[in-house]
Design a protein around this ligand. Structure first.
Ligand SMILES: Nc1ncnc2c1ncn2[C@@H]1O[C@H](COP(=O)(O)OP(=O)(O)OP(=O)(O)O)[C@@H](O)[C@H]1O
Ligand SMILES: [Mg+2]
Length: 418
């Protein structure tokens, strides 16, 4: 892979060359003045949303191109690192289902990342946000989003060199273009994996309901953390439910806990998002549930690779296909005899979904403030000086994001110390 840099109309334009061919998209440096003008001075009305590290604004460049500008909130060493990682990684990747970089601005006190604007916003806004009532996502669109997102992860895990772990797979990071084609976004938390390294212990960053247990507990990162998060995303897409819901009385229920009884009693039609009004394909549903059940296993080594997950979803994994192999559950249970992880035999071909139990204290943390059932938890593990530390929850700084879906309020506090 090579690259060339040229000065064009006062802006630096970087073109990407991959395997001898020039990629269609290019990225360039933007000036702060230009982005300030494009977003009407980063005005509230232009605000698209707010995440853990920045606020995203809609904008229009002088040549009429619609953009989304992520303005990093704080410029400290941690944010600088996120920025550097995101720019570096986004500059490298090219895939139809990954949101590429349009450019960036690195002024003395500002860090801004520029993307193409996605008119259908994020998957989150359709499942639980401002578009919920409109039901723009029929079954076919949902399948396309699942397949495209899986392909993006196959590319990151298996095809790009060095391989990339995303680390923040969730509904708000799957954006939708005007045709509802999914584009996986936000590589700020991704990490380039050196050749021959299977996993790394590193800083935890993610959203609680999607977090693999070994990542939440020990900061242990591997591709299988993304596989776990993808399994949760699969369940979210077919059920239309949130990864963690708060029941009346304040009890928290994970999506896996909600789904499993329907599989156990062979009532699959009752777990499908009722907004679809029964318009779904039963074979596809069974494959999705099978893939999800394998993705969300608590032991990372037992989770399939994204290649395998994609094959299951496509119905190309004959031995692991709940449709073609009606004895699959028995086979799976037999191989699994030593473990209690997944052992029950239910409807033909189906395997049970076991739930990861997050620590009680962790689940309790989103009890204060915020609207009922409208919250996600984010975790950032860092030392008091901002340096990464490893270990148990005692050192985790918790960042709580209350989703008003469209308006998000972020509050930070240090929790579970001592
Ligand atoms: N390119 C884009 N086009 C349209 N909307 C976007 C774009 N990028 C982000 N958004 C909107 O802005 C919101 C906030 O995005 P942001 O990435 O800052 O936060 P997040 O995804 O909720 O959390 P995280 O910081 O963990 O990624 C998204 O949910 C989405 O609705
Ligand atoms: Mg995001």
């Amino acid at each position: 892979m090579g690259s060339n840099t040229s000065i064009c109309c006062g802006s630096k334009t970087k073109k990407q060359f991959v395997s001898g061919g020039e990629q269609s998209s290019t990225w360039r440096l933007f000036t702060y003045k230009e982005l300030h003008a494009a977003t009407n001075g980063f005005s509230e009305e232009y605000k698209l949303g707010e995440g853990g590290f920045g606020t995203v604004y809609w904008g229009k460049t002088t040549d009429g191109h619609q953009i989304a500008v992520k303005k990093l909130k704080t410029i400290n060493s941690k944010a600088e690192m996120e920025f550097a990682v995101e720019v570096e990684i986004l500059g490298r990747v090219r895939h139809k289902n990954l949101l590429g970089l349009r450019g960036y601005c690195a002024g003395a006190n500002q860090r801004l990342i520029v993307y193409d604007y996605m008119p259908n916003l994020s998957l989150l806004s359709h499942l639980h946000g401002q578009f919920t009532g409109e039901m723009r996502l029929n079954w076919k669109k949902r399948i396309n989003i699942i397949m495209g997102s899986a392909e993006a992860l196959v590319y990151l895990h298996h095809e790009v060199t060095p391989h990339i772990i995303h680390r923040d797979i969730k509904a708000s990071n799957v954006l939708l273009d005007s045709n509802f084609e999914p584009l996986v976004a936000d590589f700020g938390f991704a990490k380039l994996i050196p050749e021959g390294v299977s996993h790394m212990t590193t800083r935890v960053k993610g959203t609680l309901g999607y977090l693999a247990p070994e990542y939440a507990m020990w900061g242990k990162v591997s591709e299988s953390c993304d596989v776990y998060s993808f399994g949760i995303l699969l369940l979210e897409i077919v059920t239309g439910r949130k990864p963690i819901e708060r029941l009346p009385g304040g009890v928290k229920r994970t999506i896996t806990e909600w789904v499993d009884p329907f599989i156990a009693t062979d009532q699959l039609s009752n777990l499908v998002d009722h907004r679809l009004q029964g318009q779904y394909d039963d074979f596809q549903l069974r494959r999705i549930l099978h893939a999800a059940a394998r993705c969300v296993q608590s032991e990372p080594d037992r989770r399939p690779s994204m290649r395998k997950v994609l094959a299951i979803l496509q119905g190309n994994a004959a031995a692991a296909d709940p449709v073609k192999n009606r004895k699959l559950a028995d086979d799976f249970a037999e191989k699994d005899a030593s473990s209690q992880a997944i052992s029950d035999v239910v409807a033909p071909g189906m395997i049970r979904i076991k739930s990861v139990k997050y620590q009680e204290e962790l689940m309790a943390m989103d009890d204060e403030g915020g609207e009922e059932g409208e919250e996600d938890l984010e975790l950032t593990r860092s030392g008091s000086d901002g340096a990464s530390v490893y270990g148990v929850f005692g050192a985790i700084e918790v960042q709580r994001v209350s989703h008003g879906y469209g308006q998000q309020v972020v509050s930070r506090r240090t929790a579970l110390r001592g």
